[in-house]
Design a protein around this ligand. Structure first.
Ligand code: G1P
Length: 288
């Protein structure tokens, strides 16, 4: 099996009802975090890990998302754009190949990944959920570390973060045994556990690398009571035949849940603070 990862699947078909009315006509993935659309941070994570074929699984009303990664829009006359801005915009357009596939009906994350797999034949791939923005203050991004682990062990690996007890019900939670400082072998996954269902506090972040075997398991996975095929249920089946590792994020890693308006606003405030330290003073002043 090849160790080089070429494909990232980005499930982006969601209707973003939590963002209504803002998401009525504009795909939520294009909402800006400072001057960059949220999706661009995710694509940069993929490209930073040298994965440059991006498979968007999108749906109706998401055309603008694909346009964003086209060459500079002719409506911006090049001569009128500052050269630096031109270069910044052009760079990412040149670095990725965009492949688009549609999820005609919303049937869950597992189904979206399965759709993405239709363009990938028998090779490992990454999945990045755009509802989570993952940054790192350390030398390597989370995706870069996941790629390294995959290259060493040739098995599926998913990023995990510690969450407080009251937040466990929002995520897939992993149990497993420690095999290194920040690495576990996953033995069980529970999607959005009820109170007391698991002692583990390790939540799935939304950054995954899979071996091709996941495809077969996802296609066998039955929809849940809401009619959705859960990615977590497919991974549970994968665990029964292959090692699946979990990389535990450390204090240098920062995760924003940009799937909620509040999390999105926090990501914006954080990026603004990074750019201009006066922002924190101003926010503190306003909060008094
Ligand atoms: C999905 C996954 C869940 C994961 C989460 C991360 O849930 O099913 O396991 O922890 O993403 O954001 P969703 O947020 O789509 O309900």
């Amino acid at each position: 099996m090849t160790s080089k990862l070429r494909y990232s699947i980005i499930p982006a078909a969601g209707l973003a009802t939590r963002f209504l009315p803002a998401s009525k006509a504009i795909p939520k993935e294009l909402f800006p975090i400072l001057n960059k659309p949220a999706i661009q941070y995710v694509i940069e994570e993929s490209v930073g890990a040298e994965i440059d074929r991006v498979v968007f699984v999108s749906g109706a009303g998401k055309e603008a998302l694909l346009d964003h990664f086209d060459k500079i829009n002719p409506k911006f006359p090049v001569s009128r754009l500052n050269r630096q801005i031109q270069e910044n915009i052009a760079e990412l357009d040149d670095m990725i190949d965009v492949i688009s596939i549609r999820q005609k009906t919303p049937k869950g994350l597992g189904h979206a990944v399965l759709k993405g797999c239709e363009v990938i034949t028998e090779e490992p791939f990454a999945v990045l959920l755009p509802d989570m923005m993952v940054l790192s203050k350390g030398d390597e991004t989370v995706m870069q570390r996941l790629v390294k682990i995959y290259s060493s062990f040739r098995c599926s690996v998913i990023a995990l973060m510690r969450v407080p007890t009251e937040s466990k019900g929002l995520y897939g939670i992993a149990e497993g045994k420690k095999i290194d400082k920040d690495l576990i072998e996953i033995s069980k996954l529970i999607e959005k556990p009820k109170e007391g269902e698991t002692d583990s506090d390790l939540a799935i972040v939304g950054r995954y690398i899979f071996t091709p075997a996941i495809t077969g398991y996802l296609s066998e996975t039955q929809p849940d009571t809401r009619g959705e095929i859960q990615l977590t249920n497919g991974i549970e089946k994968l665990i029964s035949t292959e090692h699946v590792y979990g990389l535990i994020l450390d204090e240098n890693d920062i995760v924003f849940d940009t799937g909620t308006p509040e999390g999105f606003a926090i990501a914006n405030a954080y990026m603004a603070m990074q750019k201009n330290p006066n922002v924190i003073k101003e926010l503190n002043r306003l909060a008094k």
